[in-house]
Write a protein that binds this ligand. Structure first.
Ligand SMILES: CC(C)(COP(=O)(O)OP(=O)(O)OC[C@H]1O[C@@H](n2cnc3c(N)ncnc32)[C@H](O)[C@@H]1OP(=O)(O)O)[C@@H](O)C(=O)NCCC(=O)NCCS
Length: 178
């Protein structure tokens, strides 16, 4: 398994997934309010165990791969996906247990991830695609300084309807590096 360092913040540790994370991930990912704007509807323990198992083969910082991190406080409170698009660009995804939302933990986790991507891994651009109706996600990326670069209109067939998506982007230079 490729090394990815543990990222520490004031309240959190971000690290690669481990088998014991599966029950927590299945529990919060299967909640309707969490699944609402995500690619899944149900998310079973089997799905979570497969996610963790598949991650064992994932190499960090390899173009074309999604690296999944657990966001841990006293327990697993969420997970964060890093999609290495190419050598210089990364796409992010984030899911937080509703019991731990509204406390600034998502922003705290992503700040550590962005410091690592721009600082240690020398990436140039980070992007995130969100459902245009996902106000919490839009607020999160705006709070971190992302620009809304695109509003794609009815571009995705999503849970039985055509949906709109926003694309948010942030450059290394905008994260305080030149
Ligand atoms: C998107 C998501 C991660 C955002 O989580 P979040 O907890 O709202 O985000 P933040 O960590 O930035 O927290 C911000 C909130 O915490 C509050 N807060 C409380 N204490 C805080 C602190 N110490 N520091 C900062 N904010 C704090 C803020 O006021 C804000 O509240 P508000 O939403 O009422 O304005 C979450 O809604 C989620 O997991 N949704 C389901 C999955 C999903 O749709 N993911 C998006 C796909 S990319």
């Amino acid at each position: 398994m490729a090394k990815f360092p543990e990222l520490q913040t004031e309240r959190l540790v971000l690290r690669r997934l481990m088998p014991s994370d599966a029950p927590a991930i299945a529990r919060y990912r299967s909640l309707p309010e969490v699944a609402r704007y995500q690619s899944w509807d149900a998310f079973t323990l089997d799905d979570a165990e497969r996610l963790v198992a598949d991650q064992a083969a994932v190499t960090s910082d390899a173009s074309g791969t999604w690296l999944q991190l657990a966001i841990v406080a006293s327990e697993v409170v969420g997970d964060c996906g890093l999609h290495f698009l190419d050598e210089k660009q990364v796409e992010l995804g984030l899911t937080l247990d509703p019991g731990h939302q509204g406390k600034g933990l998502a922003a705290e986790a992503l700040r550590a991830v962005l410091d690592h991507l721009f600082g240690t891994l020398d990436k140039n651009r980070v992007v995130a695609t969100t459902d245009a109706e996902n106000a919490a996600a839009a607020a999160l990326f705006a709070r971190l300084g992302f620009r809304r670069e695109a509003h794609h209109v009815r571009n995705v067939w999503f849970k039985g309807l055509w949906g709109d998506e926003f694309v948010f982007g942030l450059l290394a230079a905008e994260w305080g590096r030149g």
